[in-house]
Design a protein around this ligand. Structure first.
Ligand SMILES: Cc1ncc(COP(=O)(O)O)c(C=O)c1O
Length: 438
């Protein structure tokens, strides 16, 4: 089917969104799905396969959001679906020990062999919550340092923005987060050794951990300098604080293992989610034995979950990781990423830029330098993204519904789809004044 000739109608989605909104706050079960950042009504999906999905109106889209990252193989990969079906027939939940937990632990630890313990849970948020509690429990300290624009799930201590003073505790970034809790999180800037230094000079002996996405991908794609990550390693060691790499997005995305291995910086704890669940809810905390032994029931740091290590979720994750370990998925993703980048570059539109790390892509529609910090992101670039979102959607390409979110390639995106997608973006920009920007 050619997506270029199809007329898109969204009446079914509009109707369903109104109905959903009469029962579900904002009509969605996770805020960014509401399309608030791009305007219009979200599409209601009916099925998905490979690189594509279909909505209730029968529209077909090539999906570059891929459920926000877990679907590195694409939607409903046959082998993963088969593994899930087989597991489901043997029991949906055990709430007790089973072999899938061992297999998953083996896969993760064989890939991240700087560590020897892993605790499985059901989401990235949970993994981060546990990492922070463990850091506090192990060090006996209270404060956590995070970075402006880093997203680590929706636990209270992570919904915090920088405080008003230069080096002070943070302020709640959501109503309902007590100010006392927010004050225990200090927020500083990416790519800024001096800022981190100032925080440690003031609070060094109270800091339990620094948490960072080593490849920040929740406020655009703000690729950090290796030296900055190494600096965080050095300063945390110097002050006896832990370094937590939140790899919920980057884990198993660029290689079979963590981004920390690409950066050559070994943190104390790594949080995982998304890909290790292959599209089902799985999170994990990975660390060294001496630290991880603080977790209950061995140690006094409590963590638990009714559905932790769920056999059906793990079956999806195990099969996904098996495929990633045995096939050349990463090479193909890198090649496709490169191809897409060169197609965009070939258009010679200065304000059409792409930040890319393997199969993570961020469209940046301004001709200034690609940013490494949140406060350097061009408002104009974000505005332009909003302007092209709908027209691109109506040509059959689904972008993440926010200019600050990244796109994901999956193994099932074809070269032809990438070429068509690049053509649509370029064509859209050429229709607007953006192509004139020098
Ligand atoms: C880096 C990072 N950490 C944590 C989370 C939270 O994970 P979840 O949505 O599975 O709770 C996310 C979610 O996008 C994330 O990107």
């Amino acid at each position: 089917m050619s997506k270029f000739s199809t007329q898109y109608s969204f009446s079914g989605s509009i109707e369903r969104f109104a109905k959903a909104a009469s029962m579900i706050p904002g009509g969605v079960n996770s805020p960014v799905r509401a399309f608030k950042s791009v305007g219009g009504t979200p599409v209601f999906l009916s099925k998905a396969k490979g690189s594509r999905f279909w909505d209730v109106d029968g529209n077909e889209f090539v999906d570059f959001c891929q459920s926000w990252g877990p679907l590195i193989l694409g939607h409903a990969d046959e082998r993963v679906v088969e593994a899930v079906q087989t597991a489901a027939r043997s029991g949906l939940s055990f709430g007790a020990c089973h072999e899938g937990e061992i297999r998953m632990a083996e896969l993760i630890l064989s890939a991240m062999n700087d560590f020897d313990r892993v605790r499985l849970m059901s989401s990235g948020t949970e993994a981060v919550m546990t990492a922070l509690r463990l850091a506090r429990g192990a060090t006996g300290r209270d404060l956590i340092v995070k970075f402006q624009g880093g997203y680590h799930g929706h636990s209270d201590s992570m919904l915090v923005k920088a405080g008003s003073g230069l080096v002070t505790g943070g302020e709640a970034d959501s109503r309902g987060v007590p100010s006392e809790v927010a004050a225990q999180t200090i927020v500083t800037s990416f790519d800024d050794e001096e800022g981190v230094d100032a925080v440690f000079s003031r609070y060094g002996d109270r800091i339990a951990a620094v948490i960072i996405e080593p490849l920040p991908a929740n406020n655009g794609l703000l690729v950090q300098r290796q030296e900055f990550l190494q600096f965080l390693r050095d300063i945390t060691l110097k002050f006896g604080a832990l370094l937590i790499f939140d790899e919920v997005i980057s884990g198993f995305r660029l290689r079979f293992g963590g981004y920390y291995q690409i950066a050559g910086v070994i943190p104390d704890l790594v949080t995982l989610g998304k890909i290790i669940g292959g599209g089902m809810p799985v999170g994990a905390l990975v660390g060294r034995r001496d630290l991880m032994e603080n977790l209950a029931p061995q140690g006094g740091v409590y963590q638990a979950g009714t559905l932790s290590g769920n056999p059906v979720s793990l079956a999806a994750g195990i099969e996904t990781l098996r495929i990633l370990s045995e096939e050349t998925v990463y090479t193909r993703l890198e090649m496709n990423g490169q191809k897409f980048a060169s197609l965009l570059k070939g258009a010679n539109i200065p304000a059409l830029r792409l930040q890319r790390a393997g199969s993570i892509l961020w469209l940046y529609l301004d001709d200034c330098d690609l940013p490494r910090r949140t406060d350097m992101i061009s408002g104009l670039a974000m505005q332009r993204y909003k302007e092209i979102f709908r027209p691109v959607l109506e040509r059959g390409f689904y972008l993440p519904p926010s200019p600050y979110e990244v796109m994901f390639l999956s193994a099932s995106h074809s070269e032809l789809e990438l070429t068509e997608f690049a053509d649509v973006i370029i064509g859209q920009l050429q229709k607007t004044s953006i192509s004139q920007v020098q």
